[in-house]
Design a protein around this ligand. Structure first.
Ligand SMILES: [Zn+2]
Length: 472
């Protein structure tokens, strides 16, 4: 018996089927409605700040109150109440109070709302040979050569010395100008093309071309002066205001349906907004919950969850302490118990099997488009270093919940052993002693300007998050 045949027999039992085949009209309708709204979220949430703003609006529509206002009013939270807490405009936690005591634990969905991009430096504006540029520093893990010759947009804020904060979005509206990082023409790129891929375009070359028209009567840096005059006119902005600005450079343009069959979505920032959005909507669609439900959307995951708005900050723990205190049930031990007794899905994306790069994957343990939400028992790299490795008992419990709720799911590893790796926020929450596992949507082109997901997986992720909040 040849080894190959043996393989085939094994594959059949464990192989997950493509869920599109089973959908009825009603499900397709639900899927398309969810995906249309999800694309709108991608278009309006291109930075962590924009995501928080958008989610707060949806939360208010779903009956959520600002926890700060609730605290200020002295009102005591009770079963069924819904609150949200925002962290420095860049992260948000949503809670729906359950029937069971909070100290018995919560069902938590945690995703991140930051995505790789280029950030404008503090002193960015310069002129070179009649061109004006904004100097940038990239954020997160990117293939730099992917970010050249693309239509780009500027999203962010400028915080003025007087405390005023100006929102800036340039490049999304058809009437707006767009921006670009240029690349060398092929005719003169012999030397460049010989370079290793990570040197073809280097970090300091990711500067944004922002102008080429000189301001009349200006001798010194007339193109730069033109840009400054436009910034002054449009945003009452001085050059020094760049010092206290956060401007993110992202691909310009709306997320779109992809494929002639329109079975996919192509858009920027799907890692991890596809899981953030489906987690939040699952939360908003929950009627009554037995265990308190929580949806946590954090910043800075792409750079190691650091800083005051990253998962390593005490924001989440402090907010849970405030919840217990509000309900007259706070002490350190109860806080520790609440966190340890919680169950969590770290809603983050997985690497979709790409036949064009099949050798990077081990096919029995890869994530496939159209086969449902992906559970990664562990991430990390090499010998599982740096990962949260979920307990077998917990996965057994989740398998039952998914099957009971007719949710399609699959399990996967992040590529072939020893070929690479990655991480999520899971290991940080696991430090509280809670059960955590990574579960999310398979993505093609991860961290590229335009990522691709399957609509079926977006839908199954949403269903899985709802089932988890209801039954975990
Ligand atoms: Zn991610």
């Amino acid at each position: 018996m040849c080894f190959k045949c043996l393989g085939v027999v094994q594959g059949d039992d464990m192989e997950r089927k493509n869920v599109w085949k089973d959908y009825d009209k009603k499900e397709i309708k639900e899927l398309e409605k969810l995906c249309k709204e999800y694309r709108k979220f991608l278009d309006n949430g291109k930075t962590e700040r924009e995501c928080v703003k958008y989610i707060v609006e949806l939360a208010k529509e779903a009956g959520y109150q600002d926890f700060d206002e609730v605290k200020a009013s002295g009102k005591k939270l009770k079963t069924g109440d819904k609150v949200y807490a925002v962290n420095m405009k860049k992260a948000i936690a949503l809670f729906q109070i359950g029937e069971e005591p909070l100290v018995d634990g919560m069902n938590i969905l945690g995703a991140h709302i930051d995505s790789p991009r280029m950030d404008v430096k503090q002193n960015p504006l310069y002129e070179d040979t009649d061109f004006a540029y904004l100097d940038t520093h990239y954020y997160g893990g990117i293939k730099k050569y992917q970010w050249v010759t693309l239509p780009l947009a500027i999203h962010g804020v400028v915080a003025k010395k007087n405390g005023e904060v100006i929102d800036i979005v340039i490049g999304e509206d058809e009437k707006d100008p767009i921006f670009c990082v240029t690349d060398l023409l092929i005719h003169l790129a012999g030397e460049q093309m010989e370079k290793k891929a990570n040197k073809v375009v280097e970090g300091e070359q990711l500067d944004i071309l922002i102008g080429s028209r000189p301001l009349a009567k200006e001798e010194k840096e007339p193109v730069k002066k033109m840009i400054l005059s436009i910034l002054k006119k449009k945003y009452d902005m001085e050059e020094e205001d760049f010092l206290s600005a956060e401007l993110e450079i992202v691909p310009a343009g709306k997320a779109r349906n992809a494929g002639l069959d329109e079975s996919m979505i192509m858009g920027y920032g799907q890692d991890d907004r596809v899981c953030a959005y489906t987690s939040a909507v699952a939360m908003f669609d929950m009627k009554n919950v037995r265990r308190t439900a929580c949806c946590l959307l954090v910043d800075k995951e792409e750079i190691g969850s650091v800083g005051a708005t990253g998962m390593q900050s005490k924001f989440f723990e402090n907010t849970v302490a405030e919840l217990l205190d509000n309900m007259g049930d706070y002490n350190e031990l109860k806080l520790k118990k609440t966190l340890a007794n919680s169950f969590m899905l770290s809603s983050d994306v997985s690497a979709a099997y790409d036949p064009s790069f099949g050798s990077a994957f081990e096919k029995k343990n890869a994530a496939y488009f159209g086969r449902g939400v992906v559970f990664n028992k562990f991430t990390g790299s090499r010998g599982k270093s740096g990962s949260n490795d979920a307990n077998a008992e917990y996965i057994g419990k989740l398998r039952k919940i998914m099957d009971d709720n007719n949710v399609a799911f699959q399990t996967a590893e992040l590529g072939k052993v020893d070929i690479g790796g990655g991480g999520t926020i899971a290991y940080i929450l696991s430090l509280y002693g809670m059960n955590v596992i990574d579960s999310g949507v398979a993505v093609l082109n991860m961290h590229a300007p335009w990522e691709i997901t399957s609509k079926a997986d977006v839908y199954e992720a949403y269903k899985s998050y709802k089932a988890f909040l209801k039954d975990a």
